[in-house]
Design a protein around this ligand. Structure first.
Ligand code: NAP
Length: 258
């Protein structure tokens, strides 16, 4: 495994210890989840995966943190999960927080004429393909695992029955596809790794770079701090039993309709 994709940072890990993993650890919600994991001493190891470097001297202050760089290519994801398997780590809680709504080149579409194949492919790559590859490569790692939650950041706008406003074609479609991937994976996980519980999570509108251009219309009290969302989210996860099904839950613990 090369340095860019997480090799050396795994050296200190010893076998058979409980660990938490956050993928997309530099994001607003991902980094808040990481902070919660680091405060939770049940995890002997906290593994963070990101495209970017570990911020500042973060790892010096957190000895349990293992920060791995990834370009999210299939080879990188395979390489990291393979290395984790080799270390005999017992993953207990996994949060995958990747997703984009906009960037310098693309904006959520307000009309059909704005739909572009290139933009849609970019949105699908971050919101569907990257999380799907993680869930897929983690399966081999988790089959012997006693209990583990895998939570993937979805969004209410991916709900087909809840869609009354329209617009945001690529992002909505990507989150609906992500949900279908996770539902399909939950069926296979139930057979191969019955201790694993899969969750698609809607965080509510959270104050991060992703939502920032779209926060104007948010009702008072409905724009959440990432730290609040991360705490609610991890608290909710702790209360869930593996039942072989995908749960689509919001920040308040309520089921979101498909
Ligand atoms: N904020 C909200 O109001 C809101 C509402 C509903 C759903 N969500 C969902 O919550 C998740 C986290 O979003 P956020 O609000 O924390 O946004 P954010 O601060 O913009 O974080 C974006 C996340 O996506 C990853 N990412 C960015 N570009 C990527 C790319 N090209 N390929 C793969 N991964 C990429 C980043 O990982 P790195 O660490 O590698 O940079 C980071 O984890 C997303 O799935 C989003 O759809 C957010």
């Amino acid at each position: 495994m090369d340095k860019q994709n997480g090799a050396c940072a795994l050296k200190g890990i010893v076998t058979n210890t409980d660990a938490a993993l956050v993928v997309g650890a530099s994001g607003g919600i991902g980094s808040a989840v990481l902070q919660c994991y680091l405060q939770d001493t049940r995890f002997a190891h906290v593994i963070a995966v990101s495209r970017g470097p570990c911020p500042g001297d973060f790892s010096r202050h957190h000895e349990r943190l293992h920060w791995l760089r990834s370009d999210y290519s299939e080879a990188s994801i395979a390489s990291i999960t393979h290395a984790l398997a080799g270390k005999g780590i017992a993953l207990r809680s996994i949060v995958i927080s990747n997703g984009i709504l906009h960037n310098g080149d693309l904006q959520p579409e307000k009309a059909l004429e704005k739909v572009s194949g290139d933009a849609m492919a970019t949105v699908f790559a971050a919101n569907v393909i990257v999380p799907a590859l993680w869930v897929s490569h983690l399966a081999r790692l988790l089959q012997r695992s006693a209990r583990c939650n895998i939570a993937v950041l979805s969004a209410r706008v991916g709900s087909i029955s809840d869609n009354r406003l329209g617009g945001w074609y690529s992002y909505r479609t990507a989150k609906a596809a992500l949900n279908m991937f996770l539902q399909t994976a939950a069926i296979e996980y139930a057979r191969r790794a019955p201790g694993v519980k899969l969750v698609a999570f809607h965080p509510g509108t959270t104050d991060t770079a992703l939502s920032r251009p779209f926060q104007k219309g948010v009702a008072e009290g409905k724009l959440f701090a990432p730290a609040f969302v991360a705490q609610r989210f991890l608290c909710l996860l702790q209360g869930l039993e593996p039942d072989g099904k995908l749960s689509f839950l919001d920040w308040d613990g309520k089921t979101v309709p498909w």
